[in-house]
Structure formats: C-alpha cells, structure tokens
Write a protein that binds this ligand. Sequence first.
Ligand code: PA5
Length: 517
Amino acid sequence: MEPQALWQRYQQYLCVNDEIGLSLDISRMNFPDGFFDRMAGPMAEAYAAMDELEGGAIANPDEGRMVGHYWLRAPELAPDGDLGAEITATLAQVKDFAAKVHEDRWTDLLVIGIGGSALGPQFVAEALGDPVSDKLRPHFFDNTDPAGMARVLRELGHDLPNTLSIVISKSGGTPETRNGMLTAKAAYEAAGLSFAEHAVAVTSDGSKLHRTAQDEGWLATFPMWDWVGGRTSVTSAVGLLPAALQGLPIGKLLRGAAECDAVTRRADTMHNPAALLALMWYHATGGRGEKDMVVLPYKDSLLLFSRYLQQLVMESLGKEFDLEGNAVYQGIAVYGNKGSTDQHAYVQQLREGVNNFFVTFIESLEAGDDAIEVEPGITSGDYLRGFMMGTRTALYEAGRESMTITVPRVDAFTVGVLIALYERAVGFYASLVGINAYHQPGVEAGKKAAAAVLDLQRAVVEHLAASDGERTAEQVAEAIGQGDAVESVHKLLAALAANGRLKANAGAKPAEAGFRV
Ligand code: PA5
C-alpha cells in the first residue's frame, strides 16, 4: 500500500480509548474490505455470550462453573450480593494484612505456586516492582525443580527468618506447589524456625492446602473461588496479595482493569480494543490458529507479559473439542520477550523467514527514567522507539502483519488495563471459534500422567529392593507387569542411578545395563 493510503487506513482504523489511555492500531493487518461487516453477526453473538457470562451464566459448562474474573474489579456487578461482599471483604483483608506486615520486621516474600497461581504474580512483580522501593523483595518457587528452589533459598540466605511465604493453589492439591511448600518448610525448620509462623495460604475453602494451613495454624488464609480460573486470577488474592505485600498500588491496578472492562464491555466494535484484537486474531489465523502471535513490548518492565499471555491465550484457546463436541484442535501459539533485544535474535526470521506469524507491538510513549543523550539530541529511549518503528516498517514492507498497542507509560493502571484487555479478547475469540476458554483438560491429563510415572517408579524400586543382584530394565518391567513400559522403566532406573539412589553397570546398549539397590 502506498504511504498516503496507509496513512488514511491508519486514521480510519486507529482505536483511541482516552478513558484508559490506550490506543490500538490495526492498519497494518491485511484484513479485506467488508471484514467487519462479515464478522458483525459472530461478534454480536460474542457480546451476548460475554453479557451472559458477566451476568453469572455457567460459562464453563464442562466444569459446571460461572466465570467471574470481571467481578473482581467491579464487585457490584457480581450476580449475587454475597459474592460481591466476599470480593470486597477479601480485598479489605489483603490491604489490612499487607499494612500489618509492612509495620513488622519482614523483608522478603517467597511466593510458591505454578501456572495461573504464579505467572500473574510474577508478571506484576516484574512490571511494577523496584529493587529500591519494594517493601518486600519478591522471590518465586514456580516449579518442582530442587535445583531451582535451592538457588532461591541461597538467595534468601540469612533473610529467611524475615521471609514471609505465600503458598498459592486454587485446588490446594497441585504437586509442584505441595513440593515447594514442603521444601520451604524444611528450609525454615533447618534454620530452627516454625514454617507456620511464616506462612500464608491462598486457596479454595476446604482444599488440602486449606486444611494444612488451618491445622498447623498458619498466619492467615485468603480465599480462591471456583468461579475464578487460575489464568484469570491475577486480580483476585492470587495476584493482589503478593503485589500488596511488595508495596505495589493494587487499587490503581484494579481501577485500570475495571476501566478497561467498562470500555471493552461496549458492543461497539470499532471502539472496542478487545473486540478488535479478537477479530484480528481471527483474521490472521483464519480462526484456526494458522499463524502465531508474537508479542513484542518495547519496554523491559513488560518482559514477562508475553509469558503471562502465553498461558492466558494457549491454555484458554488450545482445545481439542468445540462446545458442540466436534474435534477442532484450536489454539494460537504465543511467544515473545521484548524489543529491541529480540531484534538481535528471532526477529531476523520475522523479517526475512517463514511468514507464519503476526506481531503485536506494545509501546510506551513515556521513556521512563531520565535517559542521557547518547548522541546530540538523541536519547536511549529515542533509540528504543526508533528500533520499534523501524522493525514495524520493515515487517510491513515484507508483507508481514502487525498491530501496535500504545500506552502512555507502564504503571499499575496500565498493567491493569492490559490484563483486562487480553482477558476479554480471549473470551471474545473463544466465542468466535465456539470453544470453552475456561477449562484445561490437557493440564489435568498432564497431572494424571505424572502421577502414573511416580507409581511406576515406586514399583520399580520396590522390586529391586526385594531382588538379589542386578536386573536389566526389561527384567524389571516384566517382573512388575509393565512390559509395555520398558522404556519408561529404563529412564527411571538410569535417573535413579545418576542420583546415587541405585547402582548401575552401564551396558553397550540400554537393554544391557544392570541395576541394583
Ligand atoms: O490456569 C490454570 O487453571 C492452571 O494453570 C492452574 O493455575 C495451575 O495448574 C495451578 O493450579 P492450582 O492453582 O490449583 O495449584
């Protein structure tokens, strides 16, 4: 398209939302004339589905649950007064608890959770935290890797007595989180400290974690509700408690999210950035995930946004079946880190390689902290903008599609806006392609598969303990009635031997290696 025509298209399609300080430019997406007219019907259905969801419908039919993350920042809109009162009371409890903690000796915060119970808190902590002014320094256990946890514990070092641990799990039974809790507990106890006197839980009423916190007399428990999904829980106690303890302005974050909800609730597509995002995803991917979403913020503080969105989008949209039970294999792959850093990495392929993606640039108008002039009249921030605009142009000239989200600055309000914007875009897109965005059967299947491997490990070790001399993987697998799982048995034996938990005689081939206790 000629520059003048592109300028006209820019003006025609630029979606400016002064209330939330955000604009979305879709002019460099190649949607055809008539696209919005064609999509008006499906979009009307998406608005209607969203209204029902916000009104308290069972919008997650597979789990028979309501979907209420929008009420978290507008409790007055919750479908029944009791829910609204619980949200308000929990927010007051979070603020009250954080104020007390800030008056006390605490210096550090250890957040233990995974998936939706970690990615939101990590994103917010990174986007808004400051190593100098944070009231508590945040640290995370977000995996069951003992080396990763040991490293965090070494970082905490002598500050462990003044470290508050928050264990976050909606189900209260996630193994990685349970293991993190037990690892933290062991570390406190090794230092002569009581874990209960340093621990707080965020979990559903009556969960295993809830019972542990009650039985052991932890400092406090905060609720999670079945109508809030893990990946949309950042504006519940899951995200707000760690943020408040870190000293971040959670009221401002909630206001940003609430105001974005007000803008994106309106059935006025050309002025609704969430609707436009969902429609652009639909256009770019053919409604079938044919292209990947590259999220490229030109701001260090938004580094974890793409990681957060990767879960929000892929766990919500990556589904085998549609709402009618047809196999559809839906989803959109998401990746990205930050510009201009990524220009020295995969952006090479975006500019010249396979055209299987669309980019969402995110720019902040204000450069932030004072930037020195690196050349006469030019600052580092000018360079950052120059790199973003240059890449955007180069991609366009090479026929690669992009959108640009512009915000005035990265602060708590904007972070709330971005969270709410993408939550609603995901909801709209799910309606456009007819899937349930609010369950995660694949995640549950992964949890079951891991449990089966651990059962196998127990049987393997038990068998070897009761055997004389060495056994090969094939002999062990046969003996425990798991002949078809011989490869898994071999991997388990090799790993146990590598960790000094079994003795091994390596053979020329895996089948020849012998193992004994
Ligand atoms: O978004 C989700 O539902 C998941 O990613 C969960 O958050 C994750 O599996 C952790 O679950 P829980 O909070 O129950 O420990």
